[in-house]
Design a protein around this ligand. Sequence first.
Ligand SMILES: [Zn+2]
Length: 143
Amino acid sequence: METLKIVCSECNSVNTIKTEVENEPLLCSQCQADLDNPFPVEVTDESCKIHIDENDIAVLVDFYSTTCGPCMAMYEDYEDASLAFGLTVRFLKINADKHQGVAKEYGVSALPTIIAFKKGEEVNRISRQLSQVELSLWAESLI
Ligand SMILES: [Zn+2]
């Protein structure tokens, strides 16, 4: 039976789920949070690394700053795009002013920068404001 490792958005614990089991709520074994919750997850340097390294599903990380106009302009589009990707692509957001470790590690110098990861490896990145359609198509391409 095929299994997938999914990092809980609430408590960052790693859950192993069986992909064939349908119609069952997929809840975190530690905190009972919904693993299928598609909303963007606000992460710190520490939790960002766990999501990048431990998730079997693709991960998008939006490096933003609250003082960056294009970053804030993309806020709703990023959230809207995420809604279609519950257990297929995890959408993360990291405030690169407050949490600079991951941004440094991946050489993020312009905001917004969005980086796609699969199983801990960077797939590609884009450093500009994206529309909801662009974000959706990108996420789709990672599945
Ligand atoms: Zn949890």
